[in-house]
Design a protein. Structure first.
Length: 341
């Protein structure tokens, strides 16, 4: 949109990291800005750039050097990830931040927002950014009335951001959206001086101040869901029980829950619990069931413990697991059960 870009070109704050097209410098600034205000990061940014002016110098640094230059910014994992990212870029991409979204996303610590910001600003790659500020602007501009904390809302807003992107000048457009969100379309929007006023639905309906809608989701409970693998020849035991926390209405492989956040009740003997923990293998697979963030694992259990498992029981062929235990979890774990058979 022309009005937005014109406004940005004549009004934006003169910030060093906004005056460059060097992907490395943009990358560092975007990482610093993720949890820190512009005014608080400027001096750290300059010191960082003096010491590490390019990918090569950062990739040759030590963790201690990077952390000491990050003092005052907090969230030190960002600094360590930047260093790891620099080493990765040196090794994989010859020291140059790649102009390709998938390659950029493979860099440690680089997510959608950072990749899109760097690629659009440095290379004019037509990728729209979506951070908190941009979400606020888009929600008001398009009168988007869903809870923006929901995963689906994020996807929908990303689509709106993509549609709204000025594809001829994506770098300026993205910076303009961030700047507008930071200076004009703030919590209390200053619509009178906004370049989007004429086409903004939030303004025309007088609903801008009530948007975006943010309803905090219940905090997620972190758990390990350890499936108990009872084998008889090539068969697995599955059970059905209304008294368990998940899969109350379907057959499932029996499971044991471990959580630091909550105490889950179960009737297993101490001997079985010890056996579960001793044989427990955590997989790389994750899952999510209403408010539970789940790390999946399994534990091979000798058949003599079978009588401790309650509920209706059934022995099934391993290759029938997806059919008999109709959850995407069984698909995720099938290979682990098969590999042991
Ligand atoms: Fe935000 Fe108001 Fe501008 Fe709409 S007109 S984008 S609500 S500042």
């Amino acid at each position: 949109m022309k009005e937005l870009r014109d406004w940005f070109l004549s009004n934006h704050r003169k910030l060093k990291f906004r005056e460059t097209k060097e992907p490395y410098k943009i990358w560092v600034s975007e990482v610093m800005l993720q949890q820190t205000r512009v005014s608080a990061m400027l001096s750290s940014y300059e010191r960082f750039m003096e010491k590490f002016p390019n990918v090569e110098s950062l990739s040759n640094s030590t963790e201690e050097e990077v952390v000491s230059l990050w003092k005052g910014l907090g969230y030190y994992s960002r600094a360590l990830n930047l260093r790891k990212g620099a080493i990765y870029i040196t090794e994989k991409f010859d020291g140059k931040f790649p102009n390709d979204i998938n390659k950029a996303l493979s860099i440690p610590g680089v997510g959608q927002y950072t990749a899109r910001a760097v690629l659009s600003i440095a290379y004019e790659n037509p990728l729209a950014v979506l951070d908190g500020n941009v979400k606020r602007v888009l929600s008001r501009y398009f009168l988007f009335k869903k809870n923006i904390n929901q995963t689906n809302a994020h996807k929908e807003l990303q689509l709106l951001a993509d549609q709204f992107l000025n594809k001829e000048n994506p770098g300026d457009h993205n910076q303009a959206m961030m700047e507008l969100g930071a200076t004009i379309c703030t919590m209390e929007p200053r619509c009178a001086v906004c370049p989007l006023q004429n086409s903004c639905l939030g303004f025309s309906t007088k609903e801008a101040s009530s948007l975006p809608i943010k309803i905090k989701e219940k905090p997620k409970i972190d758990i390990e869901l350890i499936f108990l693998v009872f084998r008889k020849e090539n068969k697995l035991l599955i059970t059905k029980s209304k008294n368990r926390r998940f899969f109350k209405t379907i057959y499932a492989i029996p499971f044991y829950i471990i959580s630091k956040d909550l105490d889950f009740k179960n009737d297993f003997s101490q001997e079985l619990k010890n056996m579960i923990l001793k044989n427990r293998i955590l997989t790389s697979k994750k899952h999510s069931i209403t408010h539970h963030k789940i790390q999946l694992g399994y534990s091979e259990i000798p058949i003599n413990f079978e009588n401790e498992i309650s509920g209706e029981k059934k022995w099934i062929e391993i290759d029938q697991i997806e059919h008999e235990f109709p959850s995407s979890i069984s698909k995720k774990l099938k290979t682990f059960f098969e590999s042991k058979s």
